[in-house]
Design a protein around this ligand. Structure first.
Ligand code: HEM
Length: 332
C-alpha cells in the first residue's frame, strides 16, 4: 500500500509502520473510530441512511442476491461518504480506488488509477481546508500528530491523503465479505436466526461469532526482526512469519466445538480483527454496518431464507480475502 513520494515526504500508510511512528499516526485518526463514535456519528450520519435506502429498494423484489445487493454496497458507500467524497465524484473515485489493487488490470492502468485517487483526495482536502465539513477529512485536518520530542504539528495534505486511502482500502472489502459470511451463518442455522430475530441484543454476538468462525482475512504476515523462539521452534531474524488468525480462532485448546457456528458460546477474545499494535482500527465501523444491515433485513423480511433454487453458497477467496460466492435469498 506504499506510494512513492516525489518530495521525500512520508509515503507509507500507518499499517506498514512500526511504533512509535505508527502509534502517533494512528492516534491522530483513532478518535473518530471508537465505539461511541461508530454507534453515534457513523450510524446516524451515514450507515442507517445507506442501509435503509438499500433495504427499501429490496422491498420491491421477491428474491435477491444479498452479497452484492446489500453486503458489498453498505461499506463502500459508508466509507466513501464518511471520508467526505459524496455526490457526482464518488463513483469515479470508487472505480479508481478499486483499480489500484485489481490484478485484472495492467500495472500502467493501476498507476493511472492511483494518480486519480491521489488527485481526487488532495482536491477534497483542499476543499475541506477552505470550508470544513463534518467528516473524516475534516477531522484529520483538525487533528495533531504527536512527535517523539512531545511537540505537536498538524498533518500535511499528503499524510491525510494516505490515511484516507488506507481506511478506504481496509474498510471496503473486509466488511462486505464479513457481512456476507454472517448472513450465511445465520441463514444456514435457522434456530440461531430465529433467536436473533426474537432478541435483537443477540445481533452483536452473531457478528462476533462469524468473525471468529470464518474471518475474512485469515492470514497476515510479519517480518521477524530478531531471532526468536516460539513453542520450541527457532525462528531466525529475517524470516517471514505467516500468522494464521483463522486457525487460532479454531484452536481446540481454547474453543469448545471450534468448527461450529454458535452465537450462544461464552464470549472470549478472538483474532479475527488481529491483535496488538495493528489491531483493526475500523472494527467498530464494521460491527455497526453489519448490525444495522441485519436489523434492517429482519425488520423488513419476516420470512427471509436461503433461495433453494439458487446455487448453494460456498466460501471462496483463498487465504487472503474470504467471502461468500453469493447469498441468494427469498425475501417473502
Ligand atoms: C469485519 C471487517 C474487518 C475485518 C475482519 C478486519 C480485519 C483486520 C485485521 C485482521 C487487521 C490487522 C492487520 C495486521 O495485523 O497486519 C486490520 C487492520 C486495520 N483495519 Fe480492519 N478489518 C475489518 C474492517 C475494517 C474497516 C471497516 C476499517 C475502516 C473503516 C478497517 C480499517 C483498518 C485499519 C486502518 C487497519 C490498520 C490498523 C493499524 O495498522 O494500526 N478495517 N483489520
Amino acid at each position: 500500500m506504499s506510494t512513492p513520494s516525489e518530495n521525500g515526504e512520508r509515503r507509507l500508510a500507518f499499517l506498514e509502520m512500526d511504533d512509535p511512528e505508527h502509534r502517533s499516526h494512528r492516534a491522530a485518526m483513532q478518535p473518530m473510530f471508537i465505539r461511541p463514535r461508530t454507534l453515534g456519528w457513523w450510524r446516524h450520519r451515514w450507515i442507517d441512511d445507506i442501509v435503509n435506502t438499500l433495504v427499501e429498494a429490496l422491498k420491491q423484489r421477491n428474491r435477491a442476491e444479498l452479497n452484492i445487493q446489500l453486503c458489498a454496497r453498505v461499506p463502500v458507500h459508508t466509507i466513501t461518504r464518511a471520508i467526505g467524497m459524496d455526490g457526482a465524484d464518488s463513483l469515479e473515485f470508487r472505480n479508481a480506488l478499486l483499480k489500484t489493487t485489481a490484478h485484472s488490470v495492467t500495472p500502467e492502468a493501476r498507476g493511472r488509477a492511483a494518480k486519480t485517487v491521489e488527485r481526487m483526495l488532495l482536491d477534497l482536502i483542499a476543499q475541506r481546508r477552505a470550508v470544513p465539513g463534518d467528516d473524516v477529512v475534516t477531522g484529520l485536518i483538525a487533528a495533531e500528530l504527536e512527535l517523539p520530542d512531545g511537540s505537536k504539528r498538524p498533518l500535511t495534505d499528503r499524510e491525510i491523503m494516505l490515511d484516507c486511502r488506507l481506511v478506504m482500502l481496509a474498510g471496503g472489502g473486509t466488511s462486505w465479505r464479513q457481512f456476507g459470511i454472517t448472513l450465511w451463518a445465520l441463514l444456514t442455522h435457522r434456530e440461531q436466526l430465529e433467536a436473533v430475530r426474537a432478541d435483537r441484543s443477540l445481533v452483536d454476538a452473531a457478528i462476533e461469532e462469524a468473525v471468529r468462525w470464518n474471518p475474512t482475512d485469515p492470514v497476515f504476515s510479519r517480518l521477524v526482526l530478531q531471532d526468536a523462539e516460539l513453542e520450541g521452534t527457532h525462528i531466525p531474524a529475517g524470516s517471514v512469519l505467516e500468522i494464521c488468525l483463522g486457525a487460532a480462532n479454531r484452536d481446540p485448546s481454547r474453543w469448545e466445538t471450534p468448527d461450529a457456528y454458535d452465537l450462544h458460546r461464552k464470549f472470549q477474545g478472538h483474532l479475527g480483527f488481529g491483535l496488538g499494535t495493528h489491531l483493526c482500527m475500523g472494527q467498530n465501523v464494521a460491527r455497526s454496518e453489519i448490525n444495522a444491515g441485519i436489523n434492517a433485513l429482519l425488520d423488513a423480511f419476516p420470512n427471509l431464507r436461503l433461495d433453494p433454487d439458487a446455487p448453494s453458497p460456498y466460501l471462496t477467496g483463498g487465504l487472503e480475502q474470504r467471502g461468500m460466492s453469493g447469498v441468494p435469498v427469498l425475501l417473502r
